[in-house]
Design a binder for this molecule. Structure first.
Ligand SMILES: [Zn+2]
Length: 158
């Protein structure tokens, strides 16, 4: 689906449009917008709390190849594992499954005249990215995640 990936790459460069926030539900970790802004900083706040998309190929986590866990930048919940990471060529960290099903929640995102499945942290509601059905085996899924939404925790040496 090269065409769609190219389109999404182009869309990511467009000015951020006001979203229907996925994080409007009730989550275990909650802060006011001002508190989130202080904790996350401007760029991560825009992605995690306002569903902005970082520009492709800007996250150092794209090329992170060490063994370890990718945790939510908002609340440190483990969301993805290096064992499920793959190089999608899209410019965003990509995984073929979350670390476990309970870690993430999804909503239907109808922004940009597309229907996409939005992915967020199940504990704080922080927006992570989207999941598509053009990923590799065994799941065929591609979790396309903003590096700004994650922190990488390297596995401890045995
Ligand atoms: Zn979180």
């Amino acid at each position: 689906m090269t065409t769609r990936r190219t389109l999404l790459g182009l869309l990511a460069t467009l000015p951020f449009a006001p979203p229907a926030l996925a994080a409007s539900g009730t989550f275990a970790v909650r802060f006011t917008p001002d508190e989130w802004r202080r904790r996350l900083g401007k760029d991560a706040y825009a992605v995690l709390r306002e569903e902005a998309t970082e520009r492709p190929f800007t996250s150092p986590l794209n090329t992170e190849k060490r063994a370890g866990t990718f945790v939510c930048r908002g609340c440190d919940l483990p969301l993805f594992s290096s064992a499920h990471k793959f190089n999608s060529g899209t410019g965003w960290p990509s995984f073929w499954q979350p670390i476990n099903k309970a870690a993430i929640g999804t909503t239907v995102d109808r922004s940009y005249f597309m229907v996409r499945t939005e992915v967020h942290c199940s504990r704080c509601g922080g927006h992570q990215g989207h999941v598509f059905d053009d990923g590799p085996k065994p799941t065929g899924l591609r979790y396309c995640i903003n590096g700004l939404s994650l922190k990488f925790v390297p596995a401890k040496a045995a």
